[in-house]
Write a protein that binds this ligand. Structure first.
Ligand code: KG4
Ligand code: ZN
Length: 330
């Protein structure tokens, strides 16, 4: 089965064609990061406009790269949420028009589940499976007993991890998105500041990152006011250690409690080298599966893969009925 996936939930316009949920025939990603950099974060209205400008070309390139015609596509899968409403609607409208014009069935899929299915592009999901979902908007531990089944074990009570990375990045003066730059700087510094590790109740699978973020912002500002120069690399290393200690601890605890066959990570922050290293170093008794870096951040290959697995359960051709859902959980 050949599925065409469409992803426009934030600042990447992406169309991909994937065979049987696994074989990537094409995956075109047009990023707007350079546009939003100027503003220090994603500006929703600008994101919508940028998607509108490129979406048709991205469709054309995805078909061309796969050397396929629209008639070869069996199903269209489009992200319906969560995400920025204007941005989502551009992808949904384009996908709906494409599906309608070519008489192809269309379904709406969940962006977060898509991040999980990025793991399935290169590896096989094994159940029960524990997913640590860490993106710009979400931080969750999710248990999957089978395909298309999600049980949320815990989530952030305030900021998402990616959001904290981006906010700390702004305070220490690195360009948006802060995550990848902090990750790089962290590897050049040392964890000398011992910022708080917020475990909440140690039995709980919920997270909280706003306290850590505020601690760092206050630390940087206090030093600035006193004219003391802080070492950026050491701040990054100390922040990253505090974040990853908690993520790895809770993931390990949940894996043991539910005796899972596999641990996977998903979402933009899954690209974090510190997190990847610590997971593999500290959790040795479980199989750990991670997507390649290029499939961690937003892309449509993961959406097409998810679309295939959704279709195995049967689907309703949604034709014109797909709406954008900004706040959608599993
Ligand atoms: O999943 P994603 O592409 O978009 C959302 O669905 O939110 O995630 C984007 C987030 C941003 O906050 C970005 O800073 C973060 O992922 N990110 C990273 C790294 N690469 C991207 N955070 C930490 N370390 C990285 N290497
Ligand atoms: Zn995402």
């Amino acid at each position: 089965m050949i599925v065409l996936g469409v992803e426009t939930s934030c600042d990447e316009t992406s169309v991909a064609i994937v065979k049987d949920g696994k074989e990537i025939l094409s995956n075109v990603v047009s990023s707007q990061i350079d546009v939003h950099k100027e503003y220090g974060g994603v500006v929703p209205e600008i994101a919508s406009r940028c998607h509108t400008e490129v979406v048709t070309c991205v469709f054309e390139k995805a078909l061309k790269d796969a050397n396929l015609k629209p008639k070869d596509i069996d199903l269209v899968a489009v992200t319906e949420g969560p995400g920025l409403i204007g941005a989502l609607l551009i992808g949904i409208s384009a996908a709906t028009a494409f599906a309608y014009a070519n008489n192809i069935p269309i379904i709406g899929v969940n962006h977060l589940a898509g991040h999980i299915y990025a793991n399935n592009l290169e590896n096989e999901l094994k159940f029960p499976c524990l997913a640590l979902v860490v993106s710009g908007g979400h931080t969750e531990l999710v248990l999957m007993e089978k395909h298309n089944s999600y049980k949320q074990l815990g989530q952030t009570l305030d900021d998402a991890v990616g959001e904290s990375y981006d906010k700390v990045g702004r305070v220490i003066g690195v360009p948006y998105p802060g995550g990848p730059v902090i990750d790089k700087l962290a590897h050049q510094g040392k964890d000398i500041y011992n910022f708080p590790r917020v475990y909440l109740d140690k039995e709980s699978f919920d997270f909280s990152f706003s306290g850590l973020k505020s601690a760092i912002i206050n630390f940087v500002h206090n030093n600035e006011q006193r004219g003391v120069e802080v070492n950026k690399e050491d701040v990054c290393a100390s922040f990253q250690e505090a974040v990853t200690d908690v993520l790895v601890y809770k993931t390990h605890m949940a894996a043991k409690k539910y005796n899972v066959k596999q641990i996977i990570i998903a979402g933009g922050v899954a690209a974090n080298k510190g997190l990847r290293e610590k997971l593999t170093k500290e959790i040795t008794e479980f199989e750990i599966c991670m997507p390649s870096i290029k499939y961690c951040t937003d892309n449509a290959a993961m959406i097409a893969s998810l679309g295939y697995f959704c279709s195995l359960d049967g689907y309703e051709n949604r034709k014109f009925s797909i709406d954008g859902i900004p706040y959608l959980d599993f």
